[in-house]
Design a binder for this molecule. Structure first.
Ligand SMILES: [Zn+2]
Length: 60
């Protein structure tokens, strides 16, 4: 059994506010991106309605 690689601090389904659900919902396929100003952001899709979400910052 290979040693498990260190997982980055990245929740699988970070809770991000969804404008469509008007609530904080888990996020499917989250991806950490870096914006032009160098700040990290999280993008993904709402598990409830599938709307694309954008959250400035990483994780919560
Ligand atoms: Zn939603």
């Amino acid at each position: 059994m290979p040693p498990s690689p260190r997982e980055p601090r990245e929740p699988r389904e970070p809770i991000i506010y969804c404008a469509r659900c008007n609530a904080n919902t888990p996020t499917r396929d989250p991806e950490i991106i870096t914006m032009r100003n160098g700040m990290p952001a999280t993008i993904g899709y709402c598990v409830r309605c599938g709307t694309r979400k954008f959250h400035q910052g990483v994780g919560r």
